[in-house]
Design a binder for this molecule. Structure first.
Ligand SMILES: [Zn+2]
Length: 149
């Protein structure tokens, strides 16, 4: 189960709209408590794939290390990743599974239809190890924030 603040949920969807018709990608930072991940911050990543950025995404490992370090300084861990599917359903692809390596993390996919964010789904990468990994549907709870702007 993934809990995410309304602000972060909106930020993911907005990012997908901004990069349309290309995919966007980013990292979810927060806390992990057993089977429950709570997102309290998101970090945008540059899409470093040049071959076909509309249907592939890739996060530069150096950028990931930097995000992880900056998160730890604020007491946050990487709890998941997100990317968009321009004009494709918010379901994971075989490529998504092949490129997912963080077992126990959430993989959020937002479909963007004609430039507007549509459905946002989350999948938990489960399994004992790399050869056994698979995606499991997980519920997303969007937390209403009372923070003032
Ligand atoms: Zn994908």
């Amino acid at each position: 189960m993934l809990k995410i603040s309304q602000n972060d949920y909106d930020a993911i969807r907005r990012h997908g709209e901004e990069t349309y018709p290309h995919e966007c990608c980013g990292v979810l930072l927060g806390t992990m408590d057993g089977d429950e991940r709570t997102v309290t911050s998101t970090a945008r990543c540059g899409n470093t794939r040049n071959d076909s950025p509309h249907n592939r995404y890739h996060i530069d490992p150096k950028e990931l290390v930097r995000i992880q370090r900056e998160g730890r300084e604020r007491g946050l861990d990487i709890v998941g990743f997100y990317h968009s599917h321009p004009d494709h359903p918010a379901r994971w692809s075989q490529t998504d599974l092949a490129e997912a390596h963080w077992i126990g993390c959430s993989y959020v996919i937002t479909s963007v239809e004609k430039g507007k964010a549509a459905i946002t789904n989350s999948f938990e990468l489960v399994g004992a190890d790399e050869s056994d990994k698979k995606f499991a549907d997980e519920s997303v709870e969007v937390l209403q924030t009372t923070a003032t702007k």
